[in-house]
Structures are given as C-alpha cells and as structure tokens.
Design a protein around this ligand. Structure first.
Ligand SMILES: Nc1ncnc2c1ncn2[C@@H]1O[C@H](COP(=O)(O)OP(=O)(O)OP(=O)(O)O)[C@@H](O)[C@H]1O
Ligand SMILES: [Mg+2]
Length: 227
C-alpha cells in the first residue's frame, strides 16, 4: 500500500427518472481509496452499492460530482479512452460467473489476457499459470467450467480479472451465490491478490461475516455514506 489515491469520488449524486418524478439513488457520496487497498462497499439491498460501483468504474455517469481514477478525471475522458481504460487497467468480477463454457480454466484466463491486448507467448503462459496457482487452482487448469464448483469458477474469474495486471478491480457481489466457507475463501483470495500485486480492489457485499478481511469499509444507507 502507498499514499497514492487510486479511486476518488467527490459529491457523487445519481438521479434516476421514474414514473411521476425522480429517484435520488446517491445523495452526494465522497470516497477515496488508496493504491493496493482491499475495500468493501457494504449496505442493504437498494442502498446504492451497484449504482456507485458503476459510476466509479466509468460504466455510468453521475448526475453530479466527479470521479478520478489515478490521476485521470473521468469527465475529461472520451468514450474511447474510457473503454481503453476499462480494458487495460481494470478488472471486473460479477455475481454470476460468466466463464466461457467451451474453454477450460487456463484458456478462459488466457482469453482475458488477449482481450486486454496482451501477447500470447512463453511469458504470458507463465503469467496465466501464476494467476491460477495464486487463486489455488494450480490443479484445475485443464478443467472445463462445468467440471468445477461455483467457488472454483469464481476463483477462475478472479484470476481472469487480475491476469493483465490492472490498477483496479471492481467486484459486485462476487460471493452472493457461494456458501459461507467458499465466500470467505473467495474474499481472502481477493485480499491476497490485492496485497501481492498492489492492486486496488473494491468489492460489494452485504455479508457481515466477510467484513473482517477488508482494509477499509465504506457503508451506504439509502444513498448516503454512513461510515
Ligand atoms: N435505472 C434505474 N432506474 C430507476 N431506479 C434505479 C435504477 N437503478 C437503480 N435504481 C434504484 O436505485 C436504488 C439503488 O440501487 P442499487 O442497485 O445501486 O442497490 P444495491 O445497493 O446494489 O442493492 P443490491 O444489494 O440489491 O444489489 C434502488 O432503490 C434501485 O431501485
Ligand atoms: Mg447491487
């Protein structure tokens, strides 16, 4: 960890048009998350976690407020620059694992590296293997997704999110479909990968059992930050 801020949001509001008026999903959120920090974004269902995550990851624009990723003010980036930023410098993990069913674990991770613009060579092969070993799947590299448990598949998805050495990983409810032992294991994997590779990880969850792993906890309630 360093003193460098990787994700910064200032005065973020998000208003959605709804029948008969507007709904204020985020009411002026300030956040700062440092380089290499494993942060958990918590709050009840409907508190605004996904809305905030989508804005911080440039998938959505705030109604008001600004986001900086590293030194870049997202507002000043073109759509193409944002796409490039997402592809090369971010990794994403979602609740339902979306591995390519016809590719084995190794090939899924390698495909992600290729999508991020990485060359496929001896060095990349070592990197793919390293990532799978780091998530504890060194013995599952040639397994197809259908031959792995939900937790194993989610750990392949984590390896896939890290393989291109992004600056930031966004993970929205990555443990929601896992039992508590596997959820803890997946969370520990995020924490360890974040430490070892100095990558900032922002993960949402409402599972209180997982909070202990976080370097930092950001809590939302009804669109406001309460801690
Ligand atoms: N496109 C939209 N139009 C209108 N309202 C929306 C839209 N997207 C989200 N909302 C509302 O904003 C609020 C926050 O939604 P959000 O998905 O961010 O919650 P969340 O904290 O991620 O919840 P969960 O834990 O269930 O995933 C909810 O009340 C939701 O209904
Ligand atoms: Mg959500």
């Amino acid at each position: 960890m360093s003193d460098k801020i990787m994700i910064k949001g200032a005065g973020i509001t998000r208003v959605f048009p709804v029948p008969g008026g507007e709904f204020q999903a985020l009411k002026g959120i300030d956040v700062e998350i440092g380089e290499g920090v494993f942060a958990i974004l918590r709050g009840r269902s409907g508190s605004g976690k996904t809305t905030l995550m989508n804005i911080l990851s440039t998938l959505d624009d705030p109604t008001d407020g600004d986001v900086w990723l590293g030194d870049e003010n997202v507002r000043s980036l073109s759509q193409r620059a944002r796409e490039n930023f997402r592809r090369k410098r971010m990794g994403f993990v979602f609740q339902s694992v979306s591995l390519i069913p016809s590719l084995n674990a190794y090939q899924n991770v390698e495909f992600a590296l290729r999508m991020a613009g990485g060359r496929i060579n001896r060095e990349s092969a070592l990197r793919v293997e390293e990532c799978l070993k780091k998530v504890g799947l060194g013995n599952r590299m040639t397994h197809m997704p259908a031959e792995m448990s939900g937790g194993e598949q989610q750990r392949v998805a984590i390896a896939r999110a890290f393989v291109h050495r992004p600056s930031i990983i966004f993970a929205d409810e990555p443990t929601a479909e896992l039992d508590s032992a596997m959820a803890a294991k997946v969370t520990e994997t995020f924490k360890r990968m974040s430490r070892e590779e100095n990558i900032t990880v922002l993960m949402t969850t409402h599972d209180v059992g997982l909070m202990g792993a976080a370097d930092e906890i950001i809590e939302l309630e009804a669109g406001e930050r309460i801690s």
